[in-house]
Design a protein around this ligand. Structure first.
Ligand SMILES: *Cc1c(COP(=O)(O)O)cnc(C)c1O
Length: 233
C-alpha cells in the first residue's frame, strides 16, 4: 500500500474514535511527507531538532509540527518560533526554558509532560511523584508562556498486551488524578499522547487522545548510510 493509502486508513480509523493522528515523519523525505500531506494529513511529529527545523522551512506552512523526541534545553530556541506541541517535557528546567523562549516569540507553547510508565529504563520521563512535585512547585506557577495540555508516555516495547494495557491504565489513573487536583476547570488539559504503530489500538481502548504513528504510515524507517551502501553495490 502507498503512503497515501496507509495514511487514509489510519486517519479514518483513529478519527472515528475521536483520536488525533500524529504522522511521525522522522527520517522520511519531504517527498514522502508531501504524499501524506496531499492525502489530507496536517499534523507531523519529529524527534530531532535540526530535522524538524529544516522540514518546517521546506514544507507547507499550514503543517502543525509536533516535537515528540527528547528535547535538550539548549535547542528549545530553534523550534520555539513555530512548534505546535512539545510532547516530551520531563523536567522543570526544560519547561522554564520553553517558557522563556515562548515569551521571546510572544507565544504560548503547548506542552505534554512525559510520564515514565515502561518497565525498561532506557525511556525518558518523570515518575508519578515527580509529575505532582513539578505541578506543585512555585516555579511552575510562575510560568505564563507555557500551557500543559496533558500527558505523554511510551509503553514497554513488548508483545505482552496485558502488560501494555496495565501501563496505559496506570497512566489514565494518573491523568484523572492530576486533572482533578491541578486542572479541574481547565478544558485545555485533556490530552493523553500514547500509542505507536505497534500498540495504538490498545492505547485508544485505554483512553489515548493522540496516537503517534510512523512506520505504519511510511513503512520501515531506512537508515541513510545503509541506503548509500546498497546503491553502491
Ligand atoms: C518513532 C516514534 C514513534 C513512532 O513509532 P512507530 O513505531 O514507527 O509508529 C512514536 N513516538 C515516538 C516518541 C517516537 O520516537
Amino acid at each position: 500500500m502507498s503512503i497515501a493509502d496507509n495514511l487514509k486508513q489510519y486517519k479514518s480509523e483513529v478519527e472515528s474514535d475521536g483520536v488525533k493522528l500524529i504522522a511521525v515523519s522522522k527520517t522520511q523525505t519531504n517527498e514522502a511527507i508531501l504524499e501524506a500531506y496531499n492525502a489530507g494529513q496536517r499534523i507531523f511529529g519529529e524527534n530531532h531538532v535540526q530535522e524538524l527545523v529544516d522540514k518546517h522551512a521546506e514544507l507547507p506552512n499550514d503543517i502543525e509540527w509536533h516535537m515528540i523526541g527528547h528535547l535538550q534545553t539548549n535547542k528549545v530556541k530553534y523550534i520555539a518560533p513555530f512548534v505546535s506541541l512539545i510532547h516530551g517535557v520531563d523536567s522543570l528546567k526544560l519547561l522554564q526554558e520553553i517558557n522563556k523562549q515562548a515569551a521571546k516569540n510572544k507565544r504560548i507553547i503547548d506542552c505534554l509532560i512525559q510520564v515514565y510508565i515502561a518497565e525498561e529504563d532506557t525511556k525518558f520521563g518523570l515518575g508519578f511523584d515527580e509529575v505532582i512535585e513539578l505541578l506543585r512547585s512555585e516555579e511552575y506557577e510562575s510560568l505564563n508562556n507555557i500551557r500543559i495540555v496533558g500527558l505523554m508516555a511510551i509503553a514497554t516495547n513488548t508483545k505482552n498486551e496485558k502488560q501494555i494495557t496495565i501501563e496505559f491504565k496506570e497512566l489514565q489513573v494518573l491523568f484523572d488524578g492530576i486533572k482533578a487536583s491541578f486542572f479541574p476547570n481547565d478544558e485545555n488539559f485533556k490530552e493523553i499522547s500514547t500509542g505507536m504503530s505497534a500498540d495504538y489500538k490498545l492505547a485508544i481502548e485505554e483512553g489515548s487522545t493522540m496516537v503517534r504513528i510512523g512506520s505504519g504510515i511510511f513503512g520501515k524507517r531506512v537508515i541513510k548510510h545503509f541506503k548509500a551502501n546498497i546503491t553502491a553495490n
